[in-house]
Ligand binder design. Sequence first.
Ligand SMILES: Nc1ncnc2c1ncn2[C@@H]1O[C@H](COP(=O)(O)OP(=O)(O)O)[C@@H](O)[C@H]1O
Ligand SMILES: [Mg+2]
Length: 356
Amino acid sequence: MSHEDHALGDDPSAPSVTDPGSAPPERTAEAALRPRRLDEFVGQQVVREQLSLVLDGAAGRGRSPEHMLLSGPPGLGKTTLAMIIAAELGAPLRITSGPAIQHAGDLAAILSSLDEGEVLFLDEIHRLARPAEEMLYIAMEDFRVDVVVGKGVGATSIPLDLPPFTVVGATTRAGLLPAPLRDRFGFIGHLDFYAPEELREVVRRSAVRLEEDLEEEAGVEIASRARGTPRIANRLLRRVRDWAQVKGDGRLDLAAAKEALRVYEVDDRGLDRLDRAVLGALCRRFAGGPVGLSTLAVAVGEETETVETMVEPYLVREGFLLRTPRGRAAAPAAWTHLGLEAPEGGGGIAPMLGRF
Ligand SMILES: Nc1ncnc2c1ncn2[C@@H]1O[C@H](COP(=O)(O)OP(=O)(O)O)[C@@H](O)[C@H]1O
Ligand SMILES: [Mg+2]
């Protein structure tokens, strides 16, 4: 799923340092750094405010809040927010994900064992299989699940009433959710990339939790090169700590930050190897595009979904890449960043100019 062939360091299964996804060995390190309450959650002002209204409103009525959907690129805090929602409600949390539910029966088993007020976190909800998705519609709307007993012709379906509960769904691709499913969420929060100052605050807090003395300039450097993503900021912080401990004098200062970032091939805009490979292919092989996403993914040897969810959003947001009706195109900044000369007339966007 992630671009693991870009891994560096001793552990071949470790993700690239700027991979916004997280691999299992890293989850423990992440768990230690997760904010536990809404007021410890940095940034995302809009979502935080909306969420706190939903939670306070429900608390005031003494009822379970409506179902909530969190969308946004990986590493921006969806899982963290789901845990915070449960913590703020003082409710138990059940965690599962779309891909983990193979059959509708798996979902029925989970739903029928939910306690009153429980929060059910459904990560990667866009990857739920169709029959499970339909079961979820009914459960979310009518708090009912039809449990199938027996097999074959003798099978009967028994409707089972469920206690009130709250689904918190997370998705990196809100656009893929079928409308009927999306409509069952009373609240949809869109997480966006973080500003450098916000990431500065994230790493500052993480350093405190890690009991490390992080120098101001080092924190600024990490924050400005973390691709707008707290997961990456925290990971860079841990790599800088490694560097300081192994190669440096133990101090987390600017020199340690710069060296560690160099070792891990994070450039001054926070782009990693895969980001640069995508831009490089776009500019060199496709003359700036426009080119279809899947063609571009093949050119860099990655799955389309990886490029679409992990690479593209940040490149678009930073103005390196344009999404056009005819495919992906390089923006002038892409050529400049790669140290390339844009072809006559601007390269990738030239063919598009007539269309805008
Ligand atoms: N707003 C935030 N403030 C502080 N830390 C954050 C924030 N958002 C994410 N993190 C940190 O980043 C890491 C990844 O967050 P996570 O919730 O797992 O992202 P997602 O589920 O969206 O991929 C976690 O370790 C968490 O501590
Ligand atoms: Mg997550």
